[in-house]
Design a protein around this ligand. Sequence first.
Ligand SMILES: *Cc1c(COP(=O)(O)O)cnc(C)c1O
Length: 361
Amino acid sequence: MSWSSRALINCAALQHNLSLAKKTASNSKVLAVIKSNGYGHGITEISTSLVDADAFAVATIDEAILVRNRHPDKTIVVLQGFLSKDELSLFQQYKLQAVIHTSTQLDILESTNIVDYALEQNFWFKIDTGMGRLGFSSDNFIKALNRLEKILGNNSNIILMSHFANADDPADHKTIQQLNLFKKIIKSYHYKKSIANSAGLLAWQESHYDWVRAGIMLYGVSPFSQNYKIQDKLQTVMTLESKLIAINIHKQGDSIGYTGDWKCPEDMNVGVVSIGYGDGYPRQASSGTPVLVNGVKTTIVGRVSMDMICIDLRPIANVEIGTTVTLWGEHLAIEEVASYSKTIAYELLCQVGKRVEFVYL
Ligand SMILES: *Cc1c(COP(=O)(O)O)cnc(C)c1O
């Protein structure tokens, strides 16, 4: 087998995390969010492992069609909805559910015959309660909702939804404000409701409502910026690994990698690993970012190159060319790696590149 970098995807862990979501929000349906190529894990394979979810959510029509081709009967929600008549006809053809977040979409619906489509599908009506991104404003959504009700007639299969801006910080009062505003808005409606993402699902029980929208937690990653050690509950899905391709003996003061910023503090061995930003490993990862070799933690030294990183081999016994190096996974939290790159695990997962071989276990 010739591979240099590979991502091992633990499908059983994915299913475990879905069960955890179901158990935690036992009165809600679970919308499994698999946008951005299943958070970088491979959308088609991920959708197959998560087939027990009540529905799937993706961001774009292209993603939705990929999932539809694998799952002829599954409910699929497209979080960005349609923005033209042509796109709406794809929603009808592929039986996709849309998030309605702007009046342009109502114009399109009003000028299209959607009688059959409206009978079959739900319409996710999005209200902005403080995220400031998609959705009708909480002050004047009523006119838009009335329009949608009129379009759909008696069978208004509407789900009122909103999105949290900062539920990943359980101490942030903003989430309570958003929840209170949402509560106030939905009070007058008998429609189904949805506001929780992973953080809401795990930390804000009152946010569960009829549908929870679980993304990052399904992949075994904590949504919380601070205390991310809920790994005893969630199981890690992706392990990213590569191989040592050189072991170099350096003298004290030798500089390592581009710019030569990092200098050997003593005579030491430095390993070269076949992974770089061309594979999606973050270029911003600073010296000191942890990696695992033979189960022992060590760190990268010097800048990340396109195809390679260098690592400190001083703490590691018994290395040879070909030894496996783990960049993140079950025993090395991706959240920790992300913190050394000044980013979040979400981004690292989405960036894992085409050159990396995916193996589904
Ligand atoms: C991405 C997304 C989610 C999932 O968020 P996680 O933090 O990954 O759980 C839920 N709802 C909407 C609207 C989203 O865009």
